[in-house]
Design a protein around this ligand. Structure first.
Ligand SMILES: [Cu+2]
Length: 132
């Protein structure tokens, strides 16, 4: 009897775990890493570097507290833009006070430049995503 009760409990727990995974969005595996970067006064980001794990999806939560319009764009190793917030390309920007998460991004190990694509901002708004 005890064994049977335990089995029922285990089945319920397993069901809950599956439901939790299914609610995570697109596919299997652990939830995406969550990284946050904020645009601040002075046409700057609040940090020069973001760290991510190679070959695992991550999401960038970009917060604009910088008083102007800003964006967050990642270049790949070849220098092409590959990720955009707010997106879908680098011609869109967040207004001051807005925040938005990127779509999940997966990169191989390496160092990738990020920058703000608003004209004239890249000189002071840039840094690196270090993936390892
Ligand atoms: Cu900017």
């Amino acid at each position: 009897m005890r064994v049977r009760l335990f089995s029922v409990g285990a089945a319920i727990i397993a069901g809950l775990s599956l439901a939790a995974c299914g609610g995570g969005g697109n596919g299997s595996g652990p939830p995406a890493q969550q990284l946050t970067i904020t645009a601040v006064d002075g046409i700057k980001y609040d940090k020069p570097e973001l760290d991510a794990t190679a070959n695992q999806p991550f999401v960038v939560n970009f917060v604009n507290n910088g008083g102007l319009q800003h964006s967050f764009v990642i270049k790949n190793a070849a220098g092409s833009d590959v990720a955009f917030v707010p997106g879908p390309d680098k011609t869109t920007y967040l207004d001051n006070g807005q925040s938005k998460k990127s779509a999940p991004i997966t990169l191989a190990a390496g160092t990738y430049e990020f920058y703000c694509a608003f004209p004239g901002h890249e000189q002071t708004m840039k840094g690196n995503v270090v993936v390892k």
